[in-house]
Design a binder for this molecule. Sequence first.
Ligand code: TRP
Ligand code: ZN
Length: 469
Amino acid sequence: MRFDRRGVAMLATLISVLACSPADEPPPTGHHLPADHRAGAPGIGDPDFPTDGNGGYDVSHYDLAIDYTPTTKRLEGVTTIHAGATQELTSFNLDLAGLTVREVSVDGAPATFTRKGDELTVRPPQAIDGNTPFTVKVTYSGLPKPATNNANLGTYGFIPTSDGAFVASEPNGSKTWFPNNDHPSDKATFDFAITVPAGVTALANGELAGQPTTAGGKTTYRWRERHPMATYLATATLGKFELRRGNTAAGIANLAAADPKFKASLNGLYTASAEITDYWSTVFGPYPFSSTGGVVDDYSAGYALENQTKPLYGGFDPGETIIAHELAHQWFGNSLTIRRWKDLWLNEGFATYAEWLWSEHKGKKTAESFFTDFHQRPADDPMWKYPPGRAKPDDLFNQSVYTRGGMTLHALRKAIGDATFFTLLKTWAAEHRYGHVTTEQFVDLAERLSGKDLNGLFDAWLFQPRRPA
Ligand code: TRP
Ligand code: ZN
């Protein structure tokens, strides 16, 4: 049936090609052949990041096979993408930065492809019907190069280290190591098969699918993330690691890993990750994934990233505050994922507020005290000029998105009271578990649960370029 419809589509393509073919007669001046509306768009439709992600399909699953050699820094990869077409597709794009593509096939048939910038355009031998599942397999290799294209993001993506790689891809660095639909509005499940020289450990998202196997001096690690994941949260962090595994008190699998240079951090990371995962489960509702933990690598990023199930800490001994932040993201950012980058405060404001909640929980500084201290900053502090509800593409991770985003939640808590506020956090996490969210949805839910008109509050805190009263 699917084959039949495709046959018809192919015939239609052939006829239209023949009909439109200019042959020896050029089209009259001023006449433009219409762009092929059956080509998938080169961007998924985030106006702030027009070429991130792609149109015309939705990925359901990534199968990543990666072979990486730290000494040569060479990566050999095969990515198999299971997707569903959302329109008829004569061609479609994937995002991929650098690397050399050797071969592409669609549903097992060789496809032609072109590269331009970070876009890989795939043209299957016959058009893909709208509303149809398809599989694309990309065989590629090369020396991955991290992204550095945004002033305040530093280096991100696949970052080679002396013993492996540090892989932190937010917001759009996953294209530096595998071809994909690189935008959070398209989440998918992941399987990883990562081959490294024996003695090197490969740490990806989710849980190990069987014991690593070693043959010919190489070890293959298979990891599986069975919950939907945004591409920026995918990791394949490689190197020498000390590991500690077990379960949290509440019974969630916990894996801590530390580069030998950060061996002293391993037990603290393990213990704090367990305690904090369990505590957030009581505050935000059930932990959304099948395991928790964290990875400390010796790359001096100076930052951490909330990689799904395995936050990554770059070159420092993580304290409870940052662990609380990254683990709060497992709910806010990872389970509930933004549809567009301008809503980033839904990730970073919540994770920052979680830092204050953790401090309050530990009997240290209260959230109210954090709020008051920040609120006292002078009217000309840059934070007041930057409305956190509209994260700017050239300054996405501005401190305002974090701090003023967190303050927004505290102002809300004071306006609706603790009982409603904490019900709101749990309801928010439950209603959109594994899904996508926008700021408008959060405002609506807050109003629904509180029965209050909160437009003035959210407008002042999220959207005005001045200090709220
Ligand atoms: N989301 C990270 C945090 O606040 C920060 C971050 C932004 C980041 N972009 C990144 C980390 C790129 C690593 C790579 O926890
Ligand atoms: Zn964060």
